[in-house]
Design a protein around this ligand. Structure first.
Ligand SMILES: Nc1nc2c(ncn2[C@@H]2O[C@H](COP(=O)(O)OP(=O)(O)OP(=O)(O)O)[C@@H](O)[C@H]2O)c(=O)[nH]1
Ligand SMILES: [Mg+2]
Length: 487
């Protein structure tokens, strides 16, 4: 408790100092998050490129109205956090037509925007963009969960389909464990390994299940093989306390270490300092996989958004600490769909996060939902099938992507009809016979939707000879996230 209090005071003092420094030159810390592959790196790279090199952003008022004099990269404020590797990411996109490689760490970058306010004054906005894995966000609810409740929730979830099929090996081992037996390192190691394999199988593309805490089990970094990652749920009949020296006591102790070493520092050093947040969601990957993945995503989104409440637990933090006042939920890779489905994709995401959105709004935050493509990699076309006109997208599928009867080589351009999203998002969440069919349960031939991953677009130049990156609604996202600070 005393620790927590000291932590709160430290944060509050920092907030006040930051406030003083930033009174005239405001700084916004923008958190960008999403589960692995959601599109964080591409989003940030395109956003910075658009700001620094002048993108085509008609809806981003300050830029479209000519009030931004210049925007440039500046040294970041946190010395212990990796720098977001903007130059290499953008070079891969522009020069090689490759997507940037996957990133596993928190990173940040500072952009300074010099602009003219609406009343003609020269002003400066400093934007700190912090990119962190969404898996870390899913860990935040662990702050308020005991080992026992985490274990029972995790086991319950793993008994539902399709997870139960993926959890077989782990469940077999789990059944052999006696929580009250003497602690045993080998048993803990095996349990942690099988549990991690189960989590990894859930994340596999055909399943695309989202709710996978503890996040570091799948991205251990320098904590690999430490006791803080060597634990797993046990089947318990009571809430304890466990007897000293038991396997249960050992697991519980390590779970506590995980919270102390991983979750709390992330909360304190990064999460609690954010002003604005964008959560990127690859809803199309979940739709590809099937109804279970979509329901899982719904659950994960609600957990993620609930994490934003952890910050207002105490009176002191509520009074003194700046809070996240805007949250944007963005469905990424909307270019895999024809534009006639973009609004529907927004509705689906809004429907998935419905409960959490109302809660965040009730607490005073503004929430918006957008379907965007940070880098638009397709164009549109209409194909004919008999008398039917099918709205298609045209792009170059990544090597290895497949449709019935064809595996693509990464060079050939094709027209893809991905399927029409329904007008009413609820139809995607129906169960049993009415459920749509996805890759997790059926073959390529029978799926209702198929969104293909495509290569980045060929290079385009603006009138000024600057390489332009086409996008969908990236400007709307930017307007919502920082537009009000550029007035
Ligand atoms: N078509 C299309 N694909 C995209 C877009 N943005 C991202 N992608 C695809 O999604 C993949 C993942 O994007 P990243 O930006 O690397 O995702 P991330 O969230 O940073 O992923 P991790 O670093 O692995 O956590 C890319 O390699 C692309 O294949 C987009 O706007 N359009
Ligand atoms: Mg990344």
């Amino acid at each position: 408790m005393v620790d927590e209090l000291i932590e709160q005071i430290r944060l509050a003092t920092k907030a006040i100092t930051d406030f003083g420094i930033h009174l005239f030159d405001p700084t916004i810390r923008l958190g960008v998050t999403g589960l692995s592959h959601a599109g964080k790196t591409v989003f940030i790279s395109a956003l910075i490129h658009g700001l620094v090199r002048g993108g085509r952003f008609p809806i981003f008022e300050a830029l479209a109205g000519g009030r931004i004099a210049r925007a440039y990269l500046a040294p970041q404020p946190d010395d212990a956090v990796s720098r977001f590797d903007y130059e290499n990411h953008i070079a891969a996109l522009l020069n090689k037509r490759d997507w940037p490689s996957s990133t596993r760490q928190i990173s940040e970058l500072r952009v300074v925007i010099e602009f003219q306010s609406l009343n003609g004054q020269q002003r400066k906005l400093t934007l700190d963009i912090v990119d962190y894995p969404g898996e870390w966000l899913l860990d935040l609810p662990l702050l308020t969960k005991s080992y026992e409740s985490w274990a029972s929730e995790t086991i319950r979830l793993s008994r539902e389909r399709p997870r139960s099929d993926l959890a077989k090996n782990w469940h077999l081992h789990l059944a052999t464990l006696n929580p009250d037996a003497t602690e045993n390192e080998q048993e803990a190691l095996t349990a942690a390994r099988l549990f991690t394999e189960y989590l990894r199988a859930c994340r596999d593309q055909n399943y695309a299940l989202s709710l996978l805490p503890p996040g570091r089990f799948l991205m251990p970094g320098d904590l690999a093989n430490t006791p803080a990652l060597t634990f797993a749920p046990l089947e318990l009949s009571t809430y304890g306390p466990p007897s000293a020296g038991s396997l249960w006591a050992m697991m519980r102790r390590r779970y506590e270490s995980y919270r102390a070493v991983v979750v709390r520092p992330f909360f304190r050093d990064h999460f609690a300092r954010l002003d604005r947040q964008i959560v990127l969601v690859d809803a199309l990957a979940a739709i590809n996989a099937g109804p279970e993945a979509l329901r899982d995503l719904e659950h994960a989104l609600n957990e993620v958004l609930a994490a934003f409440e952890v910050g207002r637990k105490t009176l002191m933090s509520a009074l003194l600490r700046p809070r996240i006042d805007r949250i944007l939920l963005a469905a990424t890779k909307a270019d895999q769909l024809h534009h006639t489905s973009h609004d529907r994709l927004e509705n689906i995401l809004r429907r998935l996060a419905q409960g959490a959105i109302s809660k965040a709004e009730a607490a005073g935050a503004q929430v918006d939902v957008v379907a965007l493509s940070a880098v638009r990699a397709t164009r549109e076309a209409t194909a004919r099938r008999g008398r039917q006109q099918l709205p298609c997208v045209v792009g170059v599928p990544l090597p290895g992507e497949a449709v019935v009867g064809e595996i693509f080589d990464g060079e050939t351009e094709v027209a893809i009809f991905p399927g029409d999203l329904p007008d009413d998002p609820n139809t995607l969440l129906l169960g049993d016979e009415k459920a749509f069919r996805g890759l997790a349960t059926t073959s390529l031939q029978n799926v209702d939707f198929r969104f293909l991953r495509v290569r980045p677009p060929a290079l385009e130049m603006t009138e000024n000879g600057v390489p332009a990156l086409p996008h969908i609604r990236l400007d709307r996202a930017l307007q919502f996230l920082i537009g009000d600070k550029l007035l």
